[in-house]
Design a protein around this ligand. Structure first.
Ligand code: GUN
Length: 285
């Protein structure tokens, strides 16, 4: 392997340290701490694990952490009522409803119901629109984490070719906008792009969030490229990314491993967004 690793736990720890420091000042100024409410509907094992980690991190940082675990039979109306209660709760600045939701609940109705000011996931259409036009918004956590990793290695995106593989609302589209904001020339492609390898080989930065295990192989990577692998796939009881790590690491200058790459960044960015929501509420810059 020639590529250097961008280690998620290391980058995340550095940001958490900054959050913890700032929290001391915020507590002194306001006498309060940021509050994050997480709602989990049902028993999906991956979602349970993600929510458990969010609760642990939130508590460890000294946030007011509220986690509401409700049964899979919970109706949409009941869920909307819970959201409304948190929208009106002065001790809560961030609300997150863990996705995916059971089939009988309409995801869009739930996202739309979260107050824009408390939408720390950055999924509400108003936050998405503000991201698009470069206005104040909550940046979705995983794309934000990818950008922080590039910042951590001191990578200047200006004038570089960035290729994003994947076009989801949660990762692909927002990360493309963030790369564009940093003056990269951005191409978004996906599983149906013709000659994906040829497009990827143009990339100085390759962000992969396509949800297909080890789809991107070393022959698709430009020598010296920076590779950010957002994928987490379980294959034969092993976690692998959307990038074939061994072959890609032969070509890249930097690469994020799976596990231990982007994953730990997402929760940290959620904490950062919740702290930002708290600062906005208290008019603190
Ligand atoms: N499920 C998987 N990732 C996420 C995320 O970032 N936010 C929410 N709300 N649900 C998720």
């Amino acid at each position: 392997m020639s590529a250097k690793l961008i280690k998620g736990p290391e980058v995340a720890a550095a940001i958490r340290e900054q959050i913890a420091e700032e929290l001391v000042t915020l507590k002194e100024k306001t006498g309060k701490v940021p509050g994050l409410a997480v709602i989990l509907v049902g028993e999906d094992p991956a979602s349970k694990a993600y929510v458990g980690n969010k609760e642990k991190t939130s508590k460890a940082l000294g946030f007011n952490s509220v986690v509401q675990r409700v049964p899979v039979e919970t109706t949409q109306e009941e869920l909307l009522k819970m959201i409304d209660a948190y929208n009106n709760d002065d001790d809560i600045q961030g609300i997150l409803v863990q996705l995916p939701l059971p089939d009988h609940i309409e995801e869009k109705a739930v996202i739309d119901a979260i107050s824009v000011e408390k939408d720390v996931d950055g999924f509400h259409p108003i936050n998405v629109g503000n991201l698009m036009i470069g206005d104040d918004c909550y940046i979705p956590c995983t794309p934000h984490g990818c950008m922080k990793m590039l910042e951590y290695i001191g990578f200047d995106l200006k004038g570089k070719n960035a290729v994003v593989v994947g076009r989801s609302n949660i990762v692909g589209k927002p990360v493309a906008l963030l790369l564009l904001q940093q003056h990269a020339s951005v191409t978004i492609c996906h599983s149906r792009t013709a000659d994906l390898g040829a497009v990827c080989r143009e990339a100085d930065v390759l962000v992969v969030a396509v949800g297909r295990p080890e789809m991107i192989t070393g022959d698709m990577i430009k020598p010296g490229a920076v590779v950010i692998d957002v994928g987490i796939n379980r294959v034969n009881d092993k976690l692998v990314g959307d990038v074939h790590f061994e072959s890609a690491a032969q070509k890249a200058s930097y690469i994020t491993p799976v596990p231990g790459g982007v994953g730990p960044m997402t929760i940290t960015m959620l904490m950062l967004n919740t702290m930002e929501a708290f600062k906005r509420k208290h008019n603190i810059k």
